[in-house]
Design a binder for this molecule. Sequence first.
Ligand SMILES: [Zn+2]
Length: 96
Amino acid sequence: MSVEEFKTRREEIPELISETDLSPSEIANIIRVTEKTVIEDLKHIAKSKKYGRLLILPARCRNCGYTFKPEIKVPKRCPICKSMWIEEPRFKIEKI
Ligand SMILES: [Zn+2]
């Protein structure tokens, strides 16, 4: 992948999530990259000031309702009930 394509993709994510909140797998499906790449890009977007503020709607355990800390990652297992039925975190850009 060239440097130009790379730049374009990182610009695309903030645009997608400025309208509506999306989960990493939803973003990955739309722009056709892996979820891991989306997570890396979101971390970059969170650090950069130019896109606006990155809001994190935290992941949640669908089994016991435990709410995870708002972090840029997708937890695999609930620390309380050990369930792997986890609702992904969602991300949105708030324009400053
Ligand atoms: Zn749980």
